[in-house]
Design a binder for this molecule. Structure first.
Ligand code: PBG
Length: 325
């Protein structure tokens, strides 16, 4: 059937008709809100390059949790900014470290909240790289042990899920083994399986104080030009025991999300990163685009590509919009 017998516009005529045939939907319980936790008391410090995002101290987390749950957002991912940094990133696995304290506080005040932790060293090393340096290069195998120690310390503090973002080879297996040996066999691993060396992490690195002091991350994060390598990374992490595969960033890598969705049966997460958020916010602040519509459109695109879970700084705004509708 072709025009004029068939008319595509028939089903676009009214809002209820469009809703009836809509193929993709957003829901607050698929969104994960990133939280930056800083030392101190009563801190709620705006992140300049991410309007509406704050760095908060542990004593403000109960209020954050309450706000998120009221919006229908059930999950957070934690990033810690420690008091002190050193060469080995030892603050990452300190028993009373910033993230460990944050986990305890959140689980105490909102036990039903899914607390995911980012497992990486870049916020904790004085050089800002994601691992342990040997001769000014990130040493893969020396880093594995520190990462496993870090994931384990998060689990001990009560984390519901750990998410390694360092891009070292073999880290999922190392973390799985450490968790299992210590009675945390039920703690899932959401692996940043496919993480590109991206320009879109800029605002995050301001917020997390994790800009590398020399060089860049191309020696461990992926080349944006590659797709076969993404499939290989996802295969390796699946074999090592990942429970969820993540693609990061999201909007510039929708093809990667779609390929992973086709070829793997694990849940797929996508991280709409700081730069993606900042671009929309900046353009909207200038009156160049409708920020609310651009937010919704970008999140829908990520879902349509195949992501089950979206980590996004828009989580609160999107959930509020869904509530209104
Ligand atoms: C830690 C980490 C980064 C992000 C998440 N975990 C920064 C990086 O790899 O440089 C970026 C998130 C964002 O930009 O929102 N390695």
């Amino acid at each position: 059937m072709v025009f004029p017998e068939y008319r595509s516009r028939r089903l676009r005529r009214t809002a209820p008709l469009r809703a009836l045939v809509r193929e993709t939907r957003l829901s607050a319980d698929q969104l994960v809100y990133p939280l930056f936790v800083v030392p101190g008391k009563k801190v709620r410090q705006p992140v300049v390059s991410m309007p509406g995002v704050f760095r908060v101290s542990v004593d403000n987390l109960a209020a954050e949790a309450e706000e998120l749950l009221a919006l229908g957002i059930n999950s957070v991912i934690l990033f810690g900014i420690p008091e002190n940094k050193d060469g080995a990133g030892s603050g990452a696995h300190a028993k009373d470290g910033i993230v460990q304290r944050a986990i305890k506080q959140l689980k105490r005040s909102a036990p039903q909240l899914v607390v995911i932790t980012d497992v990486c060293l870049c916020e904790y090393t004085d050089h800002g790289h994601c691992g342990f340096l040997v001769d000014n290069e990130v040493d893969n195998d020396a880093t594995l042990e520190i990462l496993a120690e870090t994931a384990l310390s998060h689990a001990r503090a009560g984390a519901d899920m750990v998410a390694p973002s360092d891009m070292m080879d073999g880290r999922v297996a190392e973390i799985r083994a450490a968790l299992d040996e210590n009675g945390f066999e039920m703690v899932p691993i959401m692996s940043y399986a496919v993480k590109y060396a991206s320009a879109f992490y800029g605002p995050f690195r301001d917020a997390a104080e994790s800009t590398p002091q020399f060089g860049d991350r191309r020696g461990y994060q992926m080349d944006p030009a590659n797709v076969r390598e993404a499939l290989r990374e996802a295969t390796l992490d699946t074999e090592e025991g990942a429970d969820i595969l993540m693609v990061k960033p999201a909007l510039a890598y929708l093809d990667i999300i779609a390929r992973l969705r086709e070829e793997f049966d694990l849940p797929i997460a996508a991280y709409q990163v700081s730069g993606e958020f900042a671009m929309i916010k900046a353009a909207a602040a200038n009156g160049w685009i409708d920020g609310e519509r651009a937010m919704e459109e970008s999140l829908l695109a990520i879902r349509r590509a195949g992501a089950d879970i979206i980590i996004t700084y828009f989580a609160k705004e999107m959930a509020a919009l869904l509530k209104k509708a």
